[in-house]
Every structure is written in C-alpha cells, then in structure tokens.
Write a protein that binds this ligand. Sequence first.
Ligand code: HEC
Length: 182
Amino acid sequence: MKSLKIVLALLVGASIVSCKDKRKPQVQYMPDMYVSVPYDANGVTSAGNVPVNRKPVAGTVSRNGIIAYDIPNTNEGYEKAKAELKNPIDATEENLAKGKELYTIYCSSCHGKKGDGNGVLSQREKFEGIPNYKDRDLNSGNIYHVIMHGKNLMGSHASQLRYKERWQVVQYVESLRSELLK
Ligand code: HEC
C-alpha cells in the first residue's frame, strides 16, 4: 500500500511539474525531429553558419516528369545520338496523330506541312537553309538530338515539348521523310 502511495505521489508531482509553464515547450526528446532548423536566404543555418545550399546528389532524378538529356550539343554528341538513341514509344496511330498535331504547331512554319522545307517562314525568306528532310541522313536519334539542342539557325525546342511529345514528333518527322523518299 505504501509503495502505491509513493507511485501516485510521484505521478501527480510529475504532471504538475510538466504543466508548470504552458507557454514554453515541454520536455522534448530528439527536438530536431519536432523543430526544423531554419535556413536563411543564402542557405546558411542561423545556428553555427553551416552552409546547406548544396546541389542535389549526383544521379538525382527529378520527379517532375522531366527526363534528363545528357548528350552534349557537340558534333560527337550528334553522332552519339544518331548511333545510340532509339525511340522508346510505340509506333501507334495515336502517337503519330499527336506527333502531327505538335509538328503542325512547332515545326511546319519552317519545315512545311510535308517536311520539304517549304514552310511559310521559308517562303517569306525569313529563314534560309531549311532542308528537305529527304536530303538529310536522319534517324530517330539525331532528330531527337536536334529537337533538344537545335542546329545552327534552328533553335532548341526542348522547352516547348515534353519528353513523350518530342518522341511523337520524331515519329512523325520520320514518317514525313519516308513519304518524301518514295
Ligand atoms: C525557325 C525555323 C525552324 C523551326 C520552327 C524548326 N526548324 Fe528544324 N531546322 C531549321 C533549319 C534552318 C535547319 C537547318 C539547320 C542546319 O543544318 O544548318 C533545320 C534542321 C532540322 C533538321 C535536320 C537536322 C540535321 O541533322 O540535318 C531536323 C530533323 C529538324 N530541323 C526538325 C525540326 C523539328 C522536329 C521542329 C519542330 C519541333 C523544327 N525542326 C522546327 C529551322 C527550323
């Protein structure tokens, strides 16, 4: 009986002590897990000047649906893309139709509906040297590469098109080219 009283007294005592000051945080175990360490605009913690503004770990993959393209914009890069890159999407009517839609928006003004280089901007002589696709040695790899990096007077179209959309356009450009070669 006596020990029970002692236990009760301790419990009551502990609860009174722990409620002593409501405005202050109570005892916390591992406070780092409750209170995050604030960083200032320069990425420096207020405590201890530890810089935290670090680059993502090498190989980090964005979760934003963006797929990195690490083949550089050089002649070697162009050749590498031509030799190694393959279209990862299936050759379906649906992809081809989407490719046509996007091509009409982003490419036909220069390259023409048929890919013969006779788009409006070419007719009005705004851009020179727009090729007929049949005169270039193209495959899915170098077409994708040129969409990503552009080539001479042609600018990059990487920001206008998402990953899958680019490959849909590639598929459509290849189909135009094979028509032109007939
Ligand atoms: C502002 C005009 C313009 C637009 C828009 C444009 N291109 Fe081009 N494109 C060019 C010119 C100019 C060249 C010739 C570049 C060179 O070889 O000097 C070219 C070349 C190419 C080539 C041949 C590259 C090679 O390796 O020979 C491909 C393929 C191509 N464009 C695809 C596209 C696609 C796909 C789009 C749309 C996403 C597009 N272009 C939009 C002007 C344009």
